[in-house]
Design a protein around this ligand. Structure first.
Ligand SMILES: Cc1cc2nc3c(=O)[nH]c(=O)nc-3n(C[C@H](O)[C@H](O)[C@H](O)COP(=O)(O)OP(=O)(O)OC[C@H]3O[C@@H](n4cnc5c(N)ncnc54)[C@H](O)[C@@H]3O)c2cc1C
Length: 424
């Protein structure tokens, strides 16, 4: 008798995997188990509209519970899986939860995501020091932000800057502390980092670059200030820490799956044990263009694409779509849209007018277009996405001319650039 598929991690990747598996014709039981107390919900609004108070929790839900019941997908919430074991090499096995549930399975998928990297300084456990990963974190932050006057954000990445923008829009005194010499340094070119530095400053956010937090101090267990290595002290009644995430590999380690900065998967979402699949923020995968290397993509789009590939693999088909990677960020009225991956570029150009807060940065490698970061320039973003999807390019010498739309400048890519894109 089939005991069914167990998907550990009930969020963006997990729910997509469950739905895609049903679509693929899986008729057996599907159980989605997650340690959070909620049904699967979207995380991006946690640092945007939900934190701002514009929407409520119900609007975060990815699917209504009745819909999942209609698909015969069981969702177990509030259950941490802390042990998993395969019979031989699998695919069947058993998982145990912290509350003592035993979950037998015929097939196993890990969609366990990532957890925030902790700030390792004294005082980091004081009240009023918050991370932002879950709906519970965001709900608590909403409440604390309402009462706070001075907010310090540690980390100048996407989540930290989005949270800073929300706090500032609510009239708080906001300082962002970043250890590196520029903002969002892992993702965007220096020109985009510099633009955001100035844009936040224009809206009243203070940004401290090259600044190292050495301790947090407080009174009666509540945070009161953030101490920096240059001796300065920033008053704070709320500290938001956004210094990156760590993929959750505990269960993969129990199963002896190869992990290297995340659970290593191929483009069909197969782990080093081909009987076990994994998808989403917990994984590293080959670069979408070259088919080699180990890339970690923390995005909704990636969670969905990998979950679809994982479902196809579990259903016995070897399928994977390789869309152009996409990401977005919203800070104040600035909408950043990213298509492609810019790492490894050898030059970039700026199109448009940063001073008017509408521009794009196009990245190239060997004269082939690789990626775009667009700020309030959706037409450029769409055009580059289209070019990359087709395996085409937009020549750098043409792209600066804003009187011509990028869509009209799409041309066939040099043969060498087309060759390195793997076939799906
Ligand atoms: C504040 C915020 C803003 C974001 N903004 C954007 C954005 O603008 N654009 C974008 O593309 N992406 C954004 N992201 C990233 C995006 O939300 C993630 O890439 C996506 O949620 C990944 O989905 P996932 O299912 O892989 O992992 P997760 O969403 O992390 O879900 C994994 C789930 O598994 C559970 N779990 C882990 N281990 C166990 C276990 N042993 N037993 C049971 N349950 C377990 C976790 O608690 C969690 O609920 C944002 C993320 C955050 C936190």
């Amino acid at each position: 008798m089939s005991v069914g598929t167990l998907i550990v991690g009930a969020s963006q990747a997990g729910i997509q995997l469950a739905l895609s598996l049903r679509d693929a014709g899986e008729g057996g039981p599907i159980t989605l188990v997650g340690d959070e107390p909620h049904a699967p919900y979207q995380r991006p609004p946690l640092s945007k509209s939900y934190l701002q108070g514009d929407i409520g929790f119900d609007q975060l839900l990815l699917r209504a519970p009745e819909y999942l019941a209609g698909q015969d997908i069981s969702v177990l919430t509030g259950e941490l899986v802390n042990w998993v074991e395969l019979e031989g090499e699998g695919p069947s096995g058993v998982a145990l939860t912290a509350s003592g549930e035993t979950l037998w399975f015929d097939k196993l998928a890990l969609t366990v995501g990532a957890s925030p990297r902790r700030l390792a300084v004294s005082g980091a456990d004081l009240d009023g020091v918050m991370y932002l990963r879950t709906a519970n974190d965001a709900a608590k932050l909403r409440q604390l932000q309402g009462e706070a006057e001075s907010v310090v954000v540690v980390g100048g990445g996407f989540i930290g800057l989005e949270a800073a923008a929300v706090a500032r829009a609510q009239g708080k005194t906001v300082t962002v502390v970043e250890a590196a010499d520029r903002l969002m340094g892992r993702a965007v070119a220096p020109v985009v980092s510099g633009f955001y530095l100035d844009a936040h400053a224009r809206r009243g956010v203070t940004i401290r670059l090259n600044a190292e937090v050495v301790s947090l101090t407080g009174r009666d267990a509540r945070v009161q200030s953030v101490e920096l290595s240059d001796g300065s002290s920033l008053p704070a009644d709320l500290v938001i820490i956004g210094i990156g995430v760590m993929p959750r590999t505990e269960l993969a380690d129990q199963l002896d799956l190869v992990c290297d900065g995340g659970i290593v998967v191929d483009r069909f979402a197969r782990t080093s044990n081909p009987n076990v699949v994994a998808a989403g923020d917990c994984t590293v995968q080959p670069d979408w263009r070259t088919g080699s290397g180990k890339v970690r993509l923390e995005s909704v789009q990636n969670a969905i694409i990998q979950a679809k590939a994982a479902a196809a693999t579990l259903a016995g088909r070897v399928e994977s779509d390789l869309p152009v990677p996409r990401f977005w960020s919203e800070q104040f009225d600035l909408k950043l849209r990213i298509a492609g991956l810019s790492r490894g570029h050898d030059y970039y150009l700026v199109r448009g007018a940063p001073e008017r807060e509408s521009f794009s940065v196009l990245y190239y490698h060997d004269d082939a277009l690789m990626a775009v970061d667009s700020v309030n320039a959706p037409g450029d973003y769409m055009a580059v996405q289209k070019a990359l999807t087709q395996g085409s390019t937009i020549r750098a010498q043409d792209a600066r001319d804003v009187s011509v739309s990028l869509r009209e400048l799409i041309r066939p890519a040099p043969a060498e650039a087309r060759r390195i894109r793997p076939r799906s």
